[in-house]
Design a protein around this ligand. Structure first.
Ligand code: TYD
Length: 207
């Protein structure tokens, strides 16, 4: 039987990495058969594409190129790593997936959901996530918590207004797609981890 596919989404500074680390510890301790991976990246070729996308020097990159590079990294990672693990019955936990492209490139960059869906069809048609956990915190609150944006990261440098559009994009997606479950993450990391774990148990994704 195909394994479950869990995706984590959120704005910059939402604490995704911390939550994924805590979930990974829990899954290891409970003996789950799982892999944890990330986008953009997660496989050798996709990590190369990631470097091009996030390189702060690539200021001339147009929005369409950015969206296509994320889609290219996604399909390579999916075919090389995610799909084989799911077919082997493993639980796959992935840091970001198609909703990132819809929120960042579709909404915040203004390319529109139709364009993003069309270039990602090959990936998402066959392997939709079973559940997407959205770590919910506004960019204003998040940047305050992490004391500003990372100077070397092209995406983080786009400014608060851009990241507020990303956040609004996620909210619009949530209104349409019931597989996205929001978990408020403005409290302590342990509180959030507990809420994430309970949600995944409730949905019978983890034990
Ligand atoms: P990363 O350092 O992994 O950021 P985070 O820790 O916030 O996940 O960099 C990923 C960046 O790429 C992040 O700014 C979100 C952005 N992104 C998109 O714009 N579109 C996408 O489809 C994906 C997967 C990520």
């Amino acid at each position: 039987m195909r394994g479950k596919f869990v995706v984590f989404e959120g704005c910059e500074g939402s604490g995704k990495s911390t939550q994924l680390k805590l979930l990974s510890e829990y899954l290891t301790n409970s003996g789950a058969d799982f892999i944890m991976t990330r986008e953009p990246g997660g496989s050798e070729i996709s990590e190369e594409i990631r470097k091009i996308i996030l390189n702060g020097k690539n200021t001339a990159m147009c929005d369409e190129c950015e969206a296509l590079l994320y889609a290219a990294a996604r399909i390579q990672h999916l075919k090389e790593k995610v799909a084989p693990a799911l077919e082997a019955g493993k639980l796959v936990v992935c840091d970001r997936y198609i909703y990132s492209s819809l929120a960042y490139q579709g909404h915040a960059r203004g390319l529109g959901e139709d364009f993003i869906e069309s270039i990602n069809k090959a990936a998402v048609c066959n392997y939709p996530a079973d559940i997407t956990v959205f770590l919910d915190i506004s960019p204003t609150e998040a940047f305050k918590r992490k004391h500003g944006a990372d100077k070397d990261d092209r995406m983080e440098q786009l400014g608060l207004a851009f990241h507020e559009r990303v956040y609004a994009g996620y909210k619009a997606l949530m209104a349409k797609h019931t597989d996205i479950c929001a978990v408020y993450c403005g409290g302590s990391k342990y509180e959030t981890a507990e809420n994430v774990k309970n949600l995944l148990k409730e949905k019978e994704i983890i034990k």
